[in-house]
Design a protein around this ligand. Structure first.
Ligand SMILES: [Zn+2]
Length: 307
């Protein structure tokens, strides 16, 4: 459901929106939907182009589409990076220049355990209880915060690494099944971050990257999990065991998610395999954990970094 500019009245002073119900639904001139909003201090609602009502799986959200001019800087460099949504809920990023990194998305899953089932799933006669609604809102805000922090952090890393282009696997084919779980993703394992969350992440990444002049390209994921990023062999016989990719041709062993991210990065770069695969980057990438207290990503100590 979408409202165009004609159907929106914005009262910025009081943080209110009046949304028209449409001529066939409204009882009279004063019949409209009144919505109040709050924003973070650094967000300003202005130049609203559209309001969309979006079902997030638990409740309806209103998404405000605003027009904003962003000064676009020059790209920090010509390097490329590749991002793959890996198995076991990890997001892997490979930089052309320097070690790859893994970001666990299980913070999102852990958050769900943070609430008891009763709190989260209670459905009373008149819909979910107040407590359940509160829990769901809190969960949704935490998820939001996580995705914002992750995309911002990755863009900062890309600036440091002189990246001008980020390739991201296009997962638009993933849809949740009737249980709300992502479908089995065949060879590459279950992609446990739901499609829409990843899609949301990519959109956040796109607009944060744009401010720094970095382009985000969605590329076809085809074969990226089956291809050996070391020798280029595509074989069904290549194994993934405990998150490690083992090539039956050149016998390289690497972190499977990082292998995928390298292959995705190569989709937008001409550079051939570099022969730098023996330096441990691919087998033991850096792992960054989300620290709830500081709200930041911090490197996990080396030595135990097998995901
Ligand atoms: Zn190989």
């Amino acid at each position: 459901m979408t409202w165009k500019q004609k159907g929106i009245k914005h009262d910025a002073k009081h943080g209110q929106l009046r949304l028209s119900k449409g001529w066939n639904l409204k009882d009279g001139r004063s019949d409209f939907i009144l919505a109040e909003y709050e924003t973070r201090p650094d967000v300003e609602v202005e130049n609203i182009q559209q309001v969309r009502a979006v079902w997030n799986g638990d409740e309806w959200e209103l998404h405000l589409v605003c027009k904003k001019e962003i000064p676009v800087g020059d790209a920090p460099g010509d390097n490329t990076a590749g991002i793959d949504l890996g198995i076991s809920n990890y997001l892997a990023i490979d930089y052309e220049d320097g070690p790859s990194e893994l970001y666990p998305g299980n913070t999102l899953k852990e958050d769900k355990h943070y609430f008891t089932r009763e709190e989260y799933q209670t459905e009373g006669e008149n819909g979910p209880s107040k407590r359940a609604l509160k829990a769901r809102r809190k969960l949704s805000r935490r998820k939001d915060h996580f995705l914002h922090t992750l995309s911002k952090h990755i863009v900062e890393r890309c600036v440091e690494k002189g990246v001008g282009n980020i390739a991201v696997g296009d997962l638009s084919d993933i849809r949740e099944d009737e249980n709300g779980d992502s479908r089995n993703w065949g060879q590459s394992g279950n992609k446990k971050l739901h499609g829409w969350e990843f899609d949301r992440f990519v959109r956040l990444l796109e607009y944060k990257a744009e401010e720094h002049g970095i382009l985000v390209d969605r590329v076809d994921e085809g074969n990226t999990s089956k291809t050996c990023s070391c020798c280029g062999q595509i074989r069904d016989g290549n194994r993934v065991e405990r998150g490690l990719y083992v090539c039956s041709s050149c016998e390289t062993t690497m972190n499977a998610d990082v292998n995928g991210a390298v292959n995705i990065r190569r989709k937008i770069t001409q550079s051939p395999p570099t022969g730098d695969m023996s330096n441990g980057w691919l087998a033991q990438p850096g792992v960054l954990l989300f620290d709830r207290e500081s709200g930041r990503f911090t490197p996990r100590e080396r030595g135990d970094c097998k995901p």
